[in-house]
Write a protein that binds this ligand. Structure first.
Ligand code: FAD
Length: 470
């Protein structure tokens, strides 16, 4: 055995553990299988034991014991990440935080919760208590934990109004436990939040979060079709830039994706039409309809405020047609599909989208998510890819970059390769302080594992623990 799990269990007498191999394996995965590359690399990965602390004191106790025994610890919220973030590449402990999930305090403009709270569950408390809701949530609203969102997500529903999760003001305060002989509990706020935001739990365990809240409006789902992708993109861009229009979500998906893959909405969606999909406040729908009339080929296909409860029954909300739910719905119909993550930089996003998708045609159907990015409306892409080979996938990404659209590679499990392809010095420095033995989520931060790694080499980083297995 790699680690002394028996000794760990006897030290953690009062904390819930599980070492049934089938259950451990099940909890050792996330949605990594979206990527054929990650599926190949990570399929065998499993922890040795699940430890499920229910309080900060139990997190501290677990980390102290694992530190003493040299056992690696990989935190997990609810395991909905897409890049194998929560997969324990070196085995050891899978730290399941899903049961540590109370909503502790709701106030005007903010909420304090434990890390395992599912985001929809937070809103279920803040709405009736204070008519407020989370500003931002991933499309996995109903399943993702808030701690996992901060440590592993980037933004989503709400980003058209509030920007990304790491933008100033979108997280207020975090409590973080360090991985040391005597774990410390630190409070981070302001710029210090960058130490652990989107660090995949490689440098501390989040045990409390304070998040900003926004007014909870009644949101109406609207779907509008167009003759061309260009027109749908221009429409969404104009709607996104309309400062007075209260929106929570705004996306464009090219034909034939909506008709072919949004099965429960299929009867509303003609096969040859690209669509724009929005969540708009009920009192702003008439303004949105006014704007829509100005677009020649626009046709309103769907308005949730015009439908009976019976018709709406069984239909997912439009945000569950967007973000990585678009990919999920496509994958359910055609398992060979995968996806990319693309930035179309402001101010050329509309032209760039048209040029790139004209080049690839139906091999890479467009999916755009409109966001406010440093005060400017632009779009990210999560285009689908009709996958053939890993070589072709690499080629498609290279062409995007050549054409001026940077890729955030969703086929890599490391922070650096999935992000900006450079070391995050703040996160690295914090890891030296908070996890000096490198026991938290090993293999995910290249700068820690291999300080000499050359990002220009064009090679894929292969974590030692994984290459030994291969
Ligand atoms: P997990 O997958 O459990 O963990 C994510 C990362 O955080 C891991 O590295 C884990 O080790 C770490 N972690 C978890 N909890 C803690 C903690 N308490 N302390 C320290 N580290 C921790 N993401 C988006 O950003 N926007 C989207 O719109 C979006 N849409 C999605 C749609 C689908 C269909 C799917 C499958 C995924 C989507 N995702 C999206 C990715 C993912 O669902 C979200 O990022 C989600 O918030 C992750 O939460 P989780 O609890 O599942 O985290």
């Amino acid at each position: 055995a790699r680690y002394d799990i028996a000794a760990l269990k006897s030290r953690l007498g009062g904390i819930k553990t599980e070492d049934n191999p089938a259950l451990v394996r099940q909890k050792s995965r996330d949605f990594y299988w979206y990527s054929p590359t990650l599926k190949r690399q990570l399929d065998h990965v499993t922890a040795d034991i699940i430890v499920s602390p229910m309080s900060e004191a139990q997190v501290v106790e677990t980390l102290a014991a694992c530190h003493a025994l040299g056992i690696p610890v990989t935190p997990r919220g609810t395991g909905t990440g897409n890049y194998g973030q929560a997969m324990p590449l070196s085995g050891g402990v899978l730290l399941d935080l899903s049961g540590f999930n109370a909503v502790k305090d709701v106030a005007l403009g903010r909420v304090v919760t434990e890390p395992g709270a599912v985001i929809a569950q937070i809103d279920r408390q803040t709405r009736p208590q204070s008519r407020q809701e989370m500003r931002l949530h991933p499309s996995t609203y109903s399943t993702a934990s808030i701690g996992g969102f901060i440590a592993g997500g980037s933004g989503g529903v709400g980003s058209i109004r509030w920007g990304g999760l790491r933008d100033a003001g979108n997280v207020i305060r975090l409590k973080v436990v360090t991985m040391e002989a005597s774990p410390r509990v630190l409070e981070l706020s302001g710029d210090d939040l960058h130490k652990v935001s989107h660090a995949y739990g490689t440098n501390g365990i989040i045990t409390e979060v304070e998040m900003p809240l926004a007014p909870a409006y009644d949101w109406v789902d609207v779907i509008v079709s167009f003759d061309t992708l260009r027109e749908a993109t221009e429409y969404a861009n104009a709607v996104g830039e309309a400062d007075g229009l209260l929106l929570k979500q705004l996306a464009v998906v090219d034909a034939p994706v909506p008709h072919d893959y949004f099965l429960r909405h299929q009867k509303y969606l003609p096969r040859d039409k690209p669509v724009a999909m929005a969540m708009v406040a009920a009192h702003a729908v008439s303004s949105l309809m006014g704007m829509t009339k100005r677009f020649r080929s626009a046709e309103v296909l769907f308005r949730s405020d015009r439908m009976s409860e019976a018709d709406l029954k069984g239909l997912p909300p439009v945000f569950e047609l967007g973000w990585n739910h678009t990919t999920l719905r496509a994958l359910r119909v055609d398992p060979s599909i995968t996806y990319l993550q693309v930035l179309y930089p402001f101010p050329n996003q509309v032209e760039l989208v048209e040029r790139i998708h004209a080049r690839f045609g139906d091999e890479v159907p467009a999916h755009l998510e409109f966001v406010r990015f440093d005060g400017k409306v632009t779009c990210f892409g999560l285009p689908l890819v009709r996958f053939t080979t890993e070589e072709r996938l690499e080629e498609i990404m290279a062409i995007h970059e050549e054409m001026g659209a940077p890729i955030f590679n969703p086929h890599r499990y490391t922070l650096e390769e999935g992000g900006m392809k450079q070391t995050d010095e703040i996160q690295l420095a914090f890891k030296r302080e908070a996890d000096p033995d490198g026991l938290l989520n090993p293999g995910k931060m290249i700068a820690w594992e291999d300080p000499t790694y050359d990002y220009r080499s064009g090679k894929t980083f292969l974590f030692r623990g994984l290459s030994e297995h291969a």
